[in-house]
Write a protein that binds this ligand. Structure first.
Ligand code: GRF
Length: 271
């Protein structure tokens, strides 16, 4: 499979680039600690070690957003710390994008409040009659809000509903998620607890495209987190969360900047 992301606003089909070094393990190379690149992080271009980045220069042009800023729609059900991390990275100038809208299926979700504090449009949309997914009417309302906001990318940030084909088809290959494990290990709920119970020594987080399966789409980036002997589910979850706040903005920055090709399961630099 090879696809290109296109800017929705002008219906152009423009390429998106992701550094192929995302898929390397940090243990294969030695990574010096530097700002925005912690040990264990698989960095996008321009933010990491030159060995990992393949000595390719950071692109100053934004090929996906030649005429306008890359627009992100965020879907969340909870406190929204990943959204906050993205908003801070945008403010700091490390992610060339803007959050166009934040939507939630939970009226009192912290993520809506965090958005409003930042003067970002934020809306609650009732999820309908099901517990684990949106009903058709609600899904259509989410799609229409995202279309109205002219988003180029849909970022799931703790959205606790299964994403159905209606939304995926409306934004083909433009929906991404972060999962608190090194996929394909430990998909599903409480991945940090699954990792602890299984006894792995290293876990982490994964940013991936969303497809029809459970946490199964092509992997954009991963960051490792060691499991320590005294860890509890809570302490491990906390460290994974901190890693997420680094990895997610970094992956979105790479998406906003340039081109990727998704070849089968692999997300690679466009040749
Ligand atoms: C994160 O732990 C992420 O891995 C999962 O949902 C959680 C969202 O947390 N998909 P927050 O609302 O961004 O703080």
């Amino acid at each position: 499979m090879l696809f290109r992301l296109g800017a929705l606003a002008n219906q152009q089909s423009l390429p998106v680039r992701i550094d192929p070094s995302f898929s390397r393990s940090y243990r294969q190379v030695s990574i010096p600690r530097q700002a925005n690149c912690l040990p264990g992080k698989i960095c996008p271009d321009g933010m990491g070690n030159s060995t990992l980045a393949g000595k390719q220069p950071r692109q100053s042009t934004n090929r996906m957003t030649d005429s306008r800023t890359f627009r992100i729609g965020v879907l969340g059900s909870g406190k929204g710390s990943n959204f906050v991390a993205l908003a801070e990275a945008i403010r700091a100038g490390t992610v060339p994008a803007q959050v166009a809208v934040v939507l939630s299926d939970v009226e009192a979700a912290g993520i809506l409040e965090r958005a409003r504090e930042r003067s970002i449009p934020a809306r609650y949309i009732a999820p309908g009659k099901f517990r684990t997914k949106l009903d058709d009417e609600s899904e259509a309302a989410f799609v229409s809000a995202l279309r109205e906001a002219q988003v180029d990318l849909v970022m799931l940030a703790g959205f606790m509903r299964i994403i159905k084909s209606g939304l995926l088809n409306a934004f083909p290959n433009r929906v991404i998620n972060i999962h608190p494990s090194l996929l394909p290990s430990f998909p599903g709920l409480e991945a940090w607890k699954q990792a602890l119970d299984h006894g792995v020594k290293v876990t982490g987080c994964t940013v991936h495209f969303v497809d029809a399966g459970v946490d199964s789409g092509p992997i954009i980036g991963q960051q490792t987190v060691p499991v320590l002997d005294p860890d509890t589910p809570e302490s491990l979850h906390q460290r994974i969360h901190a890693a997420e706040h680094e990895l997610y903005p970094a992956c979105i920055a790479a998406l906003a900047r340039g081109t990727i090709e998704v070849r089968g399961r692999r997300v690679v630099r466009r040749s």
